[in-house]
Design a binder for this molecule. Structure first.
Ligand code: NIG
Ligand code: FE
Length: 390
């Protein structure tokens, strides 16, 4: 067993309430990693002996970011759609079919290479745990292929019921919306049940491409019976049934939450469903930001994630998301850092990441800065990176 001692940590964010404050911050602390897990945390002065010592030179250390919502497996570029949007076109999800066509046309190796470089990028920006959704395949065979490739990169794989295929797309002989929902429930779910931990539905009656409340309910209830745990894309483009449905069905998370009514906020506050906010999507679609303060005031659990995808949010930078949460959603720096680590871990129902205490996985991020406030204070700067311990 190789024990590595990290010393001279400027500020250690543990997210362990035992150490007090919102982030369980410790100063003059040291931490030991053995066999990939945190084995000791305490005052530097009483640190145990270790095989190796690494000085952090006064830099801040925190649990690696947990990016609990990404669509990382895709091919193709939609920068023209972004350019048109910046000139005033609305975002309705119509461009998804372009990414579907490009993704289906890509070989396994091409997708593997694209995914590998995206994984390297997010790690270099401090993300240590990532959820990856399928959703750019649409047919059973293609969704199975995307989930298999995603599983090479993460344990947190999600089957996404993304959009209704168009007539010229990969149809599986789908005649209409009802036929696709049936195909999803009867064929897609059983084929993907062992490949994905999660099931997610783009519940958005305001989009002609996505699923309405009844269709979403049918898919989610069938998925729950098939053994999936649930997540929902809800209330992204307009108020709608997504948030209430997620809370009612016991989903771990409902993501976007851009357009909420008071009843949605009350339902989130009364449930275990985490409200995952994706402000980089609002940034990239020039939409209004989710009401983070109202959610926090009501007592809802808030997470932050990137939503990295080629249409609505082509970034995998958690520091950028933290900066947006602070600047645009009036979250405090501490609330934003907690939401990007412990909150996002909770949305994945994980207690071994997003927190540093003995037994937790040693997924750590170091900042080229003395405190985590710098994540929002120095927007766009490459100050965060995952620490390689081995
Ligand atoms: O989370 N809303 C649905 N899906 C993605 C966007 C996908 C795309 O535009 O390619 C999202 O924003
Ligand atoms: Fe998404």
């Amino acid at each position: 067993m190789n024990a590595v001692l990290l010393t001279d940590i400027g500020e250690l964010t543990t997210n362990d309430p035992y150490h007090g404050g919102p982030l369980g911050v410790m100063r003059d602390a040291a931490l030991v990693v053995s066999d990939g897990r945190v084995s000791w945390i305490g005052p530097a002065a009483s640190a145990p002996a270790a095989d190796e010592r690494r000085a952090m030179d006064g830099r801040a250390v925190l649990p690696a970011f947990v990016d609990s919502h990404t669509h990382l497996i895709f091919a193709g570029d939609r920068s023209a759609e972004f350019e048109a949007r910046m000139a005033g076109s609305p975002y309705q999800g119509g461009g998804i079919s372009i990414t579907v066509a490009r993704t289906i046309a890509a070989s396994d190796d091409e997708l593997r290479t694209l995914l590998g470089s995206r994984m390297a990028e997010l790690r270099a920006m401090g993300t240590g745990t990532v959820e990856i959704k399928s959703g750019y395949g649409l047919s059973v065979e293609q969704e199975v292929r995307l989930l298999r490739l995603a599983a090479e990169a993460t344990d947190e794989t999600t089957l996404l019921a993304h959009v209704i295929p168009t007539a010229d797309g990969p149809s599986d002989d789908v005649a209409d919306r009802g036929a696709y929902v049936r195909l999803f429930c009867e064929q897609m779910l059983p084929r993907c049940a062992t490949l994905a931990r999660w099931l997610d539905v783009f519940c958005e009656p305001a989009s002609p491409h996505a699923f309405d409340g009844d269709e979403s309910r049918a898919i989610l209830t069938a998925g729950r019976s098939a053994g999936f745990q649930l997540r929902v894309h809800g209330n992204q483009l307009a108020a709608g049934p997504g948030v209430q449905l997620a809370c009612e069905l016991g989903a771990a998370s409902v993501d976007h939450c851009t357009h909420l009514e008071q009843a949605d906020i009350d339902a989130l506050a009364a449930s275990d469903t985490v409200a995952t906010l994706l402000p980089a999507a609002e940034f990239s679609t020039r939409a209004s930001y989710p009401p983070a303060r109202a959610l926090l005031a009501a007592g809802a659990t808030v997470a932050l994630a990137t939503d990295c995808n080629p249409g609505s949010s082509h970034t995998s930078s958690m520091p950028f998301v933290i900066a947006l949460a602070v600047r645009e959603m009036q979250m405090t720096p501490a609330e934003a850092v907690w939401a990007a680590t412990a909150g996002a871990a909770r949305s994945l129902r994980r207690d071994d990441v997003g927190v540093l205490r003995p037994g937790a996985l040693a997924r750590l991020t170091v900042l080229n800065a003395p405190s985590s406030v710098h994540l929002a204070y120095r927007p766009g700067m490459p100050i965060a990176t995952v620490i390689d311990i081995d």
